[in-house]
Design a protein around this ligand. Structure first.
Ligand SMILES: [Zn+2]
Length: 110
């Protein structure tokens, strides 16, 4: 990819990295607020920007077996959540290709 620049979201309500305030996601991209991460409340997003993706790994979660990868803030290398690569349970398939951001690791940028 070479040199990359941060993406700036143009929205009235934006989630940013708590550590460095880099824009991560638009409020309008939230699919569900009913998730729990390692630090408590977490949100499921359609798209997230300014992140790097770690290697995929299998993880057993309360909702079954998934292939996930950690997502890391491009700016400060802080882990901010994870991405669902694959869900094995039919009922969990809607999560594939979507992202989890942990509420505790976010700040609101307006
Ligand atoms: Zn950051």
């Amino acid at each position: 990819m070479g040199l990359t620049y941060n993406t700036y979201l143009n929205s009235t309500k934006i989630f940013g990295c708590k550590n460095c305030k880099t824009h991560l996601a638009d409020f309008d991209e939230i699919v569900s607020r009913n998730f729990r991460g390692q630090h408590g409340k977490a949100f499921l997003f359609n798209t997230v920007v300014n992140i790097k993706q770690a290697d995929a790994m299998e993880r057993n979660m309360t909702t079954g077996r998934h292939v996930v990868r950690d997502i890391i803030c491009k700016q400060c290398n802080e882990t901010v959540g994870w991405k669902y690569d694959k869900a094995y349970e039919q009922t969990e398939k809607y999560k594939e290709g979507k992202y989890i951001l942990e509420s505790e690791l976010l700040c609101t940028v307006t």
